[in-house]
Ligand binder design. Structure first.
Ligand SMILES: NC(=O)C1=CN([C@@H]2O[C@H](COP(=O)(O)OP(=O)(O)OC[C@H]3O[C@@H](n4cnc5c(N)ncnc54)[C@H](O)[C@@H]3O)[C@@H](O)[C@H]2O)[C@@H](O)CC1
Ligand SMILES: Nc1ncnc2c1ncn2[C@@H]1O[C@H](COP(=O)(O)OP(=O)(O)O)[C@@H](O)[C@H]1O
Ligand SMILES: [K+]
Length: 505
C-alpha cells in the first residue's frame, strides 16, 4: 500500500483521469460505493445515518455514500455544510443523482434540525473536507466538527477525518475524531504521525480504480506489512552452510550496560546470522557469555569500564558490523568507533550511544562504499540533526529523507510507526509492533535483527523493512499469545522471532 502526500494523490488522480481516461464521476462513484459497502459492518437497517457533506470532492463522495445507503433502504439524511452554489462539478452531479433517487438534503444552518437529528443518529459520515484542506478548519465546519466529536454516534470519516491534511508538518489543527476512516486509493501521511494518527480511529484503504502503475509513478513511499515480507524474505537454501548467512560482528557493551549487547547478539543469532562474534571488554564478556553461548567472543581493551580501540580487531573480515549498543558515551571509545567506520567492509549498523560517537563522523559516512544504517528513536534523531524532538515528530518523513540523502545513510526512525528511509528517498512505514515494545532493550533487539537481516540475500532496503517487520510481529505474537503489553520483556521479543518465522513464510 502506498503512502502519499496530497500532491502525490492529486497526481495519481490527474493521471487516472487525463492519461488513462477514467472519468472523475466514476472515481467518485467507486469511492462512495466501496465505502458504503464496507461501512455496513458498523450498522443495521434500524440505524439512523447522517452524512455531513462539504463542497469539494470529499463531499461528492458523501453524496454517493448517501445515495447508495438510501437505495439500500437505510434511514439517511444529508446535512450540507456549505451553501448550494458551492457544490459544483462532479460533487454537484452526484448531489443531483442522490436527490433524483429521492434522497433529502438539509442545510447545517438549520440548527434545530441538526441538533435533533444528531441526538438520534447512530452513524455519522464525515465527508466535509478531505485532502483539499488548507489551514485550520474554519466555521461553520469547525463548529460542526465539535458537535460531531461530542456525539455518541459512530463516526466514519471519508478519506481523512475532516481537519487533517494528507501531509505531515502541521501542529495547529482541529479535527473530527473518527472511529474509523476509509482512506481512498492510498494511505495518507498523517495516518502515521503521533499527533494526528489517533484521529483516524481504525482505518483501511479502499480501491476505487486508480491504475496500479500510477502509484509507483507518483510516490516512493509504502506501508510495509505481511504481504511485502512474504514477497521479499529469502528462503533458506537446502545446501546452505553457515557462511552463506553472514559472518557478523557486534561491537559494544560497557560494565554498566552489559545486557544490551547480549540482547543484540541473541537477537542477531535468532534472526538468522550464520556466525556471530561479539567484541567487548573482558568484564562484559564474563557477564554475558553464558547467556549467549552460540556466539564467539573477542575481548577488546577497556578503560574505566568502557571499551577502547583494539587496532588488531579485523572489522573488515566481517560481512556486517553493528556498533554502539550499551557502549556508553565515554570519549575513550571514540577511537574504536572511528576504526569501525573506516575499516568495515560491508553494512555498518549504528545504534544507541553510537550516535554520540558517529555525529562528528557524519561526513565520513557519506563517503562509505557500503551501506550505513542508523536506527535512532526521535530523541536520538533530534540530537543527530540539531532539531527539537517535536520537530522530528512533526516532520519525520521530510527530515529522515533529508538526513539520509545528505549523509548517504539508511535511517530507521523508530516509534509506533517506524519509518525506514533509503539515501535515494525510498521510504517505508512498518506496520507491526505494540506498546509492549516501549521498554528498555527493545531497540537492542531490533539492532540484532537488522544486523542479521542485512547479511541475508535480499536488497538492503528490503532487509531493513523486514527486520522492523519481524521485530514488531514478534512482539505482537507474544502479546497475542503469552504476554501482555505490561510484562513483555525485550528477551520475550527475541523468543517471538521464532514464532514469526514459523508462522509467516
Ligand atoms: N476524482 C474524484 O472524484 C476523487 C475524489 N476524492 C475525494 O476528494 C477529496 C479531495 O477533494 P477536493 O480536492 O475537492 O478537496 P476537499 O473536498 O478535500 O476540500 C475542498 C473543500 O474544502 C474547503 N476547505 C478547505 N480548507 C478548509 C478549511 N480549513 N476549513 C473549512 N473548509 C475548508 C474548500 O473550500 C473546499 O470547498 C479527497 O479527500 C477524497 O475524499 C478522492 O477520493 C479521489 C478521487
Ligand atoms: N508504542 C509502540 N508501538 C510499537 N512499537 C514501539 C512502541 N514503542 C516502542 N516501540 C519500538 O520499540 C523499539 C524501542 O527502541 P529504543 O527506544 O531504542 O529502545 P531501547 O534503547 O530502550 O532499547 C523501537 O523499535 C520502537 O519502534
Ligand atoms: K472527511
Amino acid at each position: 500500500m502506498f503512502i502519499v502526500t496530497a500532491k502525490e494523490m492529486y497526481d495519481i488522480d490527474h493521471y487516472t483521469m487525463h492519461e488513462a481516461g477514467l472519468d472523475g464521476k466514476i472515481l467518485m462513484e467507486n469511492a462512495g460505493r466501496a465505502i458504503s459497502g464496507r461501512m455496513e459492518k458498523f450498522m443495521d437497517k434500524s440505524n439512523k445515518i447522517t452524512v455531513f457533506a462539504g463542497a469539494g470532492n470529499n463531499g461528492g463522495d458523501g453524496f454517493v455514500i448517501a445515495r447508495t445507503l438510501y437505495n439500500r433502504s437505510y434511514d439517511v439524511q444529508v446535512f450540507q455544510v456549505v451553501p448550494d452554489q458551492k457544490i459544483t462539478g462532479d460533487a454537484h452531479y452526484h448531489k443531483l443523482l442522490y436527490l433524483n433517487y429521492g434522497g433529502r438534503v438539509f442545510s447545517s444552518d438549520d440548527h434545530g434540525h441538526l441538533v435533533s437529528r444528531l441526538d438520534e443518529t447512530d452513524v455519522i459520515v464525515d465527508a466535509m473536507v478531505g485532502i483539499g484542506i488548507s489551514g485550520k478548519l474554519r466555521a461553520p465546519i469547525s463548529d460542526i466538527a465539535e458537535r460531531i466529536n461530542q456525539s455518541d454516534a459512530t463516526v466514519i470519516a471519508v478519506d481523512v477525518p475532516s481537519g487533517l491534511p494528507a501531509d505531515e508538518g502541521i501542529s495547529n489543527f482541529q479535527s473530527v475524531q473518527a472511529d474509523y476512516t476509509y482512506m481512498v486509493g492510498a494511505a495518507k501521511m498523517t495516518a502515521f504521525l503521533e499527533s494526528t494518527s489517533p484521529y483516524y480511529g481504525g482505518w483501511e484503504k479502499v480501491d476505487i480504480g486508480f491504475p496500479a502503475s500510477s502509484f509507483p509513478m507518483c510516490s516512493s513511499r509504502e506501508l510495509w506489512g505481511e504481504e511485502q515480507y512474504r514477497e521479499t524474505m529469502p528462503e533458506r537454501e537446502k545446501y546452505a552452510h553457515k557462511g552463506k548467512h553472514g559472518k557478523g560482528l557486534i561491537i559494544g557493551g560497557s560494565s554498566k550496560m552489559p545486557g544490551s549487547i547480549a540482547m543484540a547478539a541473541k537477537a542477531s543469532l535468532k534472526a538468522g546470522t550464520g556466525l556471530l562474534t561479539v567484541a567487548s571488554s573482558e568484564t562484559v564478556i564474563r557477564m554475558i557469555a553464558s547467556h549467549c553461548v552460540e556466539a564467539m567472543y573477542q575481548p577488546v581493551p577497556e578503560s574505566d569500564g568502557y571499551l577502547t580501540d583494539d587496532p588488531d580487531l579485523s572489522v573488515s573480515d566481517y560481512d556486517a558490523v553493528a556498533i554502539g549498543v550499551g557502549m556508553g558515551r565515554s570519549n575513550r571509545s571514540a577511537a574504536a568507533f572511528r576504526h569501525a567506520v573506516q575499516d568495515t567492509n560491508g553494512p555498518l549498523i549504528v545504534d544507541a550511544d553510537g550516535f554520540y560517537h558517529v555525529k562528528p563522523l557524519l561526513d565520513q559516512l557519506a563517503q562509505r562504499e557500503h551501506p550505513t544504517v542508523l536506527t535512532p528513536h526521535p530523541g536520538e534523531m533530534a540530537e543527530l540533526m540539531d532539531v527539537s524532538i517535536p520537530e522530528v515528530l512533526k516532520n519525520p518523513f521530510r527530515l529522515s529523507a533529508e538526513f539520509a540523502e545528505k549523509y548517504n545513510v539508511y535511517v530507521i526512525l523508530k516509534g509506533r510507526h517506524t519509518l525506514i528511509t533509503a539515501p535515494d528517498g525510498r521510504q517505508a512505514v512498518n506496520d507491526t509492533g505494540n506498546p509492549g515494545l516501549a521498554k528498555g532493550g527493545s531497540g537492542d533487539v531490533l539492532t540484532g535483527i537488522v544486523h542479521a537481516m542485512v547479511m541475508q540475500e535480499q536488497g538492503i532496503f528490503q532487509a531493513l523493512c523486514n527486520a522492523c517487520f519481524v521485530h514488531g510481529a514478534a512482539a505482537d505474537w507474544m502479546v497475542e499469545n503469552s504476554r501482555a503489553c505490561h510484562d513483555l520483556m525485550a528477551t520475550d521479543v527475541i523468543e517471538g522471532i521464532s514464532m514469526v518465522y514459523r508462522a509467516i513464510s
